[in-house]
Design a binder for this molecule. Sequence first.
Ligand SMILES: Cc1ncc(COP(=O)(O)O)c(C=O)c1O
Length: 428
Amino acid sequence: MNKLAEELNTRLAGSTAEKLLSELGKRLYFPKGIISQSAEAKQLGKRFNATIGMATSGGVPLMLSGVKKQLPGLTPGEAVAYAPTGGDPALRKRWKAEILRKNPSLGSAPIGQPVVVPGLTAGIWLSLDLFLDPADAVIAADPCWDNYSLIVEDRKGAKLLTYPYFDASGGFNIDGLEKALKSSPKGKAIVILNFPNNPTGYSPNREEASKIIQALVSVAKSGKPVLALVDDAYFGLFYEPGTNTESLFASLASAHENILALKIDGSTKEDFVWGFRTGFVTPGGKGMTADAYEALDGKFLGAIRSSVSCCSTPAQSIMLKAMDDPDYEADKANLKAQLAERYRKAKAFVDRVPPPSRLKLLPFNSGYFMSFECVGISAEALRLKLLKEKGIGTISLQDRFLRVAYSSVDAAGIEELYGEIYAAAGEL
Ligand SMILES: Cc1ncc(COP(=O)(O)O)c(C=O)c1O
């Protein structure tokens, strides 16, 4: 094993992260190569900096005028220079401040520095690189975002262990989660928690949220280390009173010495920049010291450097400036209000007009989506009928669920959309 990896492992010794590391995670390190030597030269190489593979003039990156024209608000350094492996330090600091602001119950629990990743998808697989071996399993609710199985099973060669999302009363299925935790392989429990959820659009209420935490704590108390991947892709889009509006990361970060939580979030949906590919992974856990957080950061840098190398610079520069824009909060509130209006229209329709017997309405209260469970009909057949006969695009999952992204339909069209879905299901 590389000496630098051994050094990081020594610094992680005794921490929750050490108990959870995968074989790859143990091997990873951030090399003292081009990137770290060039970072040193940035500080000290004042005469000539002949380190990094960029072309500069007077220390400023060269830039095509056609590119410059498109990015008038950015300096060449902000537009085309390589970003540091873990992301722009100012953006990392700023995002951490945002996490603390949006999750007041984090209080003074020490958490790590967010590391920048190219979107939440990368946040998930890079985290799993560090902690998932093929003999492990990842627990997720069913239905869940379909990419989880592609990442966990097909990319990583491990098992996705699922439990039904809802219990018989239509609430979050705590029993199901507890059973899945019990049946997870020995050694460690890895669980993905995604609220607001894709595809159901259901987020737990405060009582359910605290039961989820209790379920993880009880596994941790039994001596099994727990990795909680908190996928907060749709964070902030809560539309009903009583919903738990803080990230579960806030509680998990100080819940138990055997729990390590990784908050996987990002600008993608929170800041309406889907194609920017700017996401973050932030670790939090009672069994982590300041030094262990730094060593874990080194592991993430190794995972990033050996895969995507670094993330888009202009996207990070734009997001940092946008977050400081005086209209940032008001603009966001305005866009969120548009989504809330679409939610209310969809909710009002399905509450007023009962769906045909072949569509079971699943509870929803947040995010972008809602889903119907198809009873006695094929969800794919319904999707194709809607598409080919009515010109309406929806998503079928497992041939069982029809997911409707009301987030991408103007409020004026919502009633018509649902009317057509009902009619098509009735005709099948
Ligand atoms: C639950 C969930 N997690 C993660 C992502 C991926 O986000 P990103 O586009 O930043 O990779 C999505 C996107 O659809 C999602 O629905």
